[in-house]
Write a protein of this length. Structure first.
Lengths: 634, 155
């Protein structure tokens, strides 16, 4: 089989053993890799209602047919498991160099089950797999862990996946880190890894990835590369993601009124230019670098050697958009040096910067409204107080004092605080919102409400992308759509989700398929997939079916675990007016969301409570899943 | 005038696509360990240095080769695979460590600029690699530096 290595590595930490399992071509073509493959494994193997932090949960690392090649954006893998944040489908994507290395080592993925009796790490040197003691790595940060493991194995070129203190302490938004500064950020899978007593996975691979038709593969990749290089945001322009990073658009977001600020009270902020890509470039930026096989290089590299927030080092990269918003505008913190330090601390501890910033903003609002007192916190926690943020972040990672409460995530913390704190918690299904304001891009609201992993900014589309005519003709999205309306977007959201779900099953970086400003590279992506695998008859329609199948599996897992879909709702704050700016007074009322939800469910072939039907699942070739969904087949 | 692969480490983003392009064209598979160009990363210093054969004008490898497998040319040190006896003296002599030994074939492997059309350069998105006239190789660096001086004088 070309593209793939044709096997998964299986590890049972309870039994202390590992083995390989073949990945047959039929399974590969049906689920592809990444999300599709991982979601199927979770559905089949995670017991219904299992404790996300128990031995029965699975932790899956999945690549696909393009990792290891020069396909643009292919240095990508996904981590999956039942989420301790949402108790539903947990999944997080990351770049760096691990995906390639695992392929060279001989695997298309790793499935970890069980729980080690003491802290261990996994050493994978090609076909030699060892479970090694890791007691001396307890509490260590990402970089220290990596350096110690490389020295111990005498493998300076090993690539490493690890968790920091937050994962060990079961912080519900702990992430899985790799290559020092890359994060599989969302849904708390670092806590799953910590609960398995698995500190790290070191990988060294010296094998090869073959493609079925090297000449055609090269041509499709070069054609794709040419489109990417010509693209206004991915190419060489002064405002591109390479030049200014993902935070290049912060000023624009603020002027459009959709920069999440002050715990989602407003979408416009006078200090936007201090935390933006340009703000960083003028102050702390020393350059940029790329994940493997990425022609863009959005990764910021920053350095802060002195001042009150000294400490940011180049190894830890620098803050990206989500981070400057969550630890910046959302907390009204306009000090970019402190954001760089907080970002680095998140990378050392292994914390999702989105949820970490949201927790701090939530706590700040609780403090302001008297729901958390100075006595409970230990110090005043005022908007924009960067020093207090640093202290609080340390406490969360260590689960010290009020940090222990905040380590539970907004939903659980708000429930414990009571007194109306739930009104200040901005999450869906227990996952904090990505830094994208749905009141000013309402198509996104539908994805937030329905996505398998909760408030997910990576599923559907961001409305400004489809504001121009002919934005995504491949999906039939040709008519310009107003960002302030929700009506008539259900079909477009669904189709975008399905295509993105295909991209996430490859998986390649989402930026390499963005329709924004018309990249239109679906043909090149199909060409790369066909040439890599030899599936010369693969079509756009089959890709959409792969995406839809993966999406439905992920949704089915969440429905199965949460027992229903009453949680397809938006946080209370979004039903209140956005203050100030170009999106002023926008709300998303239940009356607006409810019909959109029904239209969306119908389009998906789900029943009116949002459960995938037997007929829909059967049409996708996964009819067996319906048996796992109570009430799914009316 | 002969051309060479000119490396600008400042532009390199550490994406490693050059290694993959090289390994595909030279081995038919993606296996960066076999690439004739390697990117060395120093994360603490934020430095990424691509290294490949610089086609020395007076190449130690060609001078030391006892089998006539490495031949000094103008702008190219030519490797004659059939003549190689696998003694690895060239690897010892090369100051840059850019000659590798290929176990399966028992001969060395080094950059041949893909016969004057290097594949790595085509895949280098940030243009850290360029194939240029060797005599002018460093001219852009001089211009960049002069630009910085000019900017500083303006400020």
């Amino acid at each position: 089989m070309h593209g793939y290595r044709g096997q998964l590595l299986r590890v049972d930490l309870s039994a202390g053993k590992s083995w390989t399992e073949p990945l047959e071509e039929s399974r590969a073509r049906r689920y592809l890799g990444g999300r599709g493959l991982g979601a199927r494994i979770l559905m089949d193997e995670v017991p219904v209602g299992c404790d996300a932090l128990g031995a029965d949960n699975r932790l899956v690392f999945a690549m696909g047919p393009l990792a290891g090649t020069f396909a643009p954006g292919s240095g990508r893998f996904v981590v999956l498991g039942k989420s301790p944040a949402t108790n539903g489908f947990g999944e997080a994507y990351t770049g760096g160099s691990v995906a390639h290395e695992l392929k060279y080592a001989g695997y298309d993925g790793i499935v970890v089950q069980g729980k080690a009796s003491e802290k261990v790490y996994l050493a994978i040197i090609n076909d030699k797999v060892e479970i090694r003691p890791a007691a001396r790595l307890a509490g260590q940060g990402t970089l220290d862990t990596e350096e110690k493991i490389k020295a111990e194995l005498n493998e300076p070129d090993a690539r490493i996946i690890s968790i920091g203190l937050a994962g060990e302490k079961a912080v519900r938004f702990a992430c899985v880190m790799n290559d020092t500064d890359r994060a599989a950020g969302r849904t708390g899978l670092g806590a799953v890894m910590g609960a398995k007593n698995l500190k790290a996975i070191a990988i060294r691979g010296t094998g090869k990835v073959t493609v079925a038709d090297p000449k055609a593969f090269r041509e499709s990749s070069l054609a794709n590369l040419a489109k990417i290089k010509k693209h206004p945001w991915l190419g060489d322009s002064p405002g591109s993601a390479g030049a200014l990073g993902t935070a290049g658009g912060v000023e624009d977001l603020s002027s459009m009124g959709i920069l999440p600020t002050r715990n989602w009270e407003t979408g416009t902020w006078e200090y936007a230019d201090r935390i933006s890509g340009m703000g960083m470039k003028k102050t702390i930026l020393i350059g940029h670098r790329a994940c493997q096989s990425c022609p863009v290089g959005c990764t910021r590299v920053v350095q802060v050697a002195d001042g009150p927030f000294a400490g940011a080092r180049p190894e830890y990269g620098g803050p990206e958009y989500e981070t400057v918003a969550s630890l910046g505008s959302l907390c009204e913190n306009n000090n970019i040096e402190s954001i760089a330090l907080l970002n680095q601390k998140c990378n050392v501890y292994g914390l999702d910067t989105i949820s970490a910033g949201t927790m701090i903003a939530f706590a700040m609002e609780c403090f302001e409204k008297g729901l958390l007192t100075e006595r409970e916190i230990g110090f005043p926690l005022r908007w924009g107080d960067a020093s207090a943020m640093v202290r609080l972040l340390d406490m969360i990672a260590r689960r010290e004092g009020v940090g222990d409460l905040l380590a539970e995530g907004t939903r659980r913390a708000a429930a414990k605080i009571g007194k109306g704190a739930a009104d200040l918690a901005v999450e869906v299904k227990g996952l904090e919102l990505g830094m994208h304001e749905p009141r000013g891009k309402k198509g996104l609201a539908l994805s937030y409400a329905t996505a398998p992993r909760g408030a997910d900014h990576m599923e559907g589309f961001h409305d400004p992308m489809v504001a121009a005519p002919n934005a995504w003709p491949e999906l039939g999205i040709v008519k310009p759509m107003d960002r302030f309306t929700l009506a008539d977007k259900a079909d477009a959201v669904r189709l975008a989700e399905d295509y993105n779900s295909f991209i996430n099953s490859l998986p390649i970086c989402s930026f390499m398929s963005l329709p924004i400003a018309g990249i239109h590279n679906t043909k090149e992506i199909t060409g790369m997939l066909a040439a890599a695998t030899g599936w010369t008859d693969i079509s756009f329609e089959e890709e959409m079916a792969i995406g839809e199948r993966a999406y439905n599996l992920a949704r089915a897992f969440t429905v199965r675990e949460s027992g229903g879909t009453a949680d397809d709702r938006l946080p209370a704050k979004l039903s209140r007016s956005l203050l100030g700016g170009a999106s002023k007074d926008q709300v998303i009322a239940d009356a607006e969301l409810a019909p959109a939800l029904q239209a969306y469910y119908r389009g998906r072939g789900w029943n009116d409570t949002g459960t995938p039907t037997q007929a829909k699942l059967a049409s996708l070739g996964i009819g067996d899943v319906a048996q796992q969904l109570k009430g799914g087949s009316r | 005038m002969s051309r060479m692969i000119v490396v600008d480490p400042v532009k390199c983003t550490n994406c490693h696509m050059c290694e993959l392009a090289c390994s595909l064209v030279t081995t038919g598979a993606f296996t960066p360990g076999k690439s004739r160009i390697r990117v060395h990363a120093f994360p603490a210093d934020f430095k990424h240095i691509p290294l490949t054969c610089f086609q020395c004008a007076s190449a130690p490898c060609a001078r030391v080769c006892p089998a006539g497998a490495l031949l000094q040319g103008e702008g190219l040190v030519r490797f004659v695979k059939e003549a190689c006896i696998g003694c690895r003296m060239c690897m010892l002599a090369c100051p840059f460590g850019v000659i590798a030994f290929d176990e399966p074939t028992g001969v060395i492997s080094k950059c041949d600029t893909c016969g004057g059309d290097p594949e790595c350069v085509k895949f280098c998105a940030p243009k850290a690699l360029e194939f240029r006239e060797s005599a002018l190789a460093e001219a852009p660096k001089g211009r960049d530096f002069a630009r910085r001086v000019a900017d500083a004088a303006k400020a």
